[in-house]
Design a protein around this ligand. Structure first.
Ligand code: COI
Length: 354
């Protein structure tokens, strides 16, 4: 099998990098010169390689197209002033990827393939990682079912790939959200906790309805009663009521966000009181009415920590006052300083890319 992993590298003869305007990036629309690929065949992961970024060829009958057997991760590489390259908590992405794989009846990816694939790709693409807070190379490991067969059963063959995309901000304008009353993102016993591709596709239609009303995102509520807030799909969600920072507990409905748990840890380090518990929509609306709701923000790899300026629920709209000294600002500054090696890393979250 893959003892002493050897990754073959076939370098692209040309680079696209000079055609990219790194000051005007639209999230996830430009890809670096190379990608990592490894196939699962006959019960084994085989022949990991880095090749020029290019289209992949699959049979139209490939199971991924028919049953959505596909999972992914989102993570970022950062560069410091000394040109050292870092990943942020990559082992957490690795573990979550395999939790998703297990739930979608896909084979787990060995740690050496996941980690060394990332390290090699990031090292090769180092020019694509720009220095400076707010800049990163977004990494997208993903796995798809490749069997050419359309009986409704898990595939026997898979492809694991990592692609890379230079990133700036995810939301370029203010974010306002609609709190869900009808549609649901996840249900009891379902796959809400995974990064299954279909979890995201299922949100597109209700989110497009929210867009028509001028909202960028939906805050999902529990599918049984629609009374308790869960997450925003691209982000976990935090509420500041008085001086306490609240977020919903992770469950089989809610993604175990790596930025979410970093925010909770940083808040604790900074002495910010936190509560991880069910939060009802009523509590948020009551707090908004009484002026106790000081902030809402989302957290995620792509979005980092993004303030939410207002929300609508049951035809009632609430606007929040933005302040410079918000928890969102304090926590984002602390998080990004750690990610970019501008601050101590007391929890050993940075992974130095060799
Ligand atoms: C991420 O933050 O990395 C995600 O996977 C969310 C994605 C929809 C951009």
């Amino acid at each position: 099998m893959l003892k002493n992993l050897v990754i073959s590298v076939n370098k692209s003869p040309v680079s696209k990098i000079d055609s990219v305007n790194f000051d005007a990036l639209s999230f996830g629309s430009v890809f670096s010169d190379h990608m990592f690929v490894c196939d699962y065949k006959d019960g084994q992961w085989k022949d990991p390689e880095i090749i020029p970024y290019q289209p992949i060829t699959l049979e139209p009958s490939a199971r991924v197209f028919h049953y959505g057997q596909a999972i992914f991760e989102g993570m970022k590489a950062f560069k410091d002033e000394q040109n050292q390259l870092f990943l942020f908590r990559p082992e957490d992405n690795f573990k979550r990827f395999n939790r998703s794989a297990k739930r979608l009846a896909m084979p787990e990816v060995p740690q050496e393939i996941f980690m060394e694939g990332l390290d090699h790709l990031v090292r090769l693409e180092e020019k694509w990682v720009k220095c400076g807070i707010g800049r990163s190379l977004y990494l997208r490991p993903f796995m798809i079912a490749t069997d050419a067969a359309i009986s409704a059963a898990p595939s026997k063959n898979y492809k694991f790939l990592i692609i890379a995309s230079p990133a700036g901000v995810y939301y370029s304008s203010e974010v306002r959200v609609l709190i869900a009353e009808k549609y649901s993102r996840a249900a009891d016993g379902g796959i809400g906790f995974t990064k299954a591709a279909g979890n995201y596709a299922a949100q597109f239609y209700p989110t497009s309805l929210a867009h028509q009303k001028g909202y960028q995102q939906v805050i999902w509520t529990d599918s049984n009663s629609h009374e308790y807030v869960e997450e925003a799909g691209t982000m976990n969600v935090f509420f500041r009521i008085g001086d306490t920072l609240l977020t919903a507990p992770t469950s089989d409905h809610i993604l175990d966000g790596i930025t979410r748990k970093s925010v909770l840890q940083l808040a604790e380090d900074l002495g910010i009181p936190t509560e991880v518990r069910r939060i009802s929509v009523k509590e948020i609306k009551d707090a908004a009415r009484s002026g106790e709701l000081k902030e809402i923000f989302g957290s995620g790899t792509a979005a980092v920590i993004n303030p939410i300026c207002g929300f609508e629920h049951a035809q009632e709209y609430f606007e929040l006052k933005m302040s410079d000294n918000s928890y969102a600002t304090i926590l984002k500054n602390r998080l990004t300083a750690i990610q970019h090696n501008c601050a101590d890393d007391p929890h050993q979250w940075r992974h130095l890319v060799p």
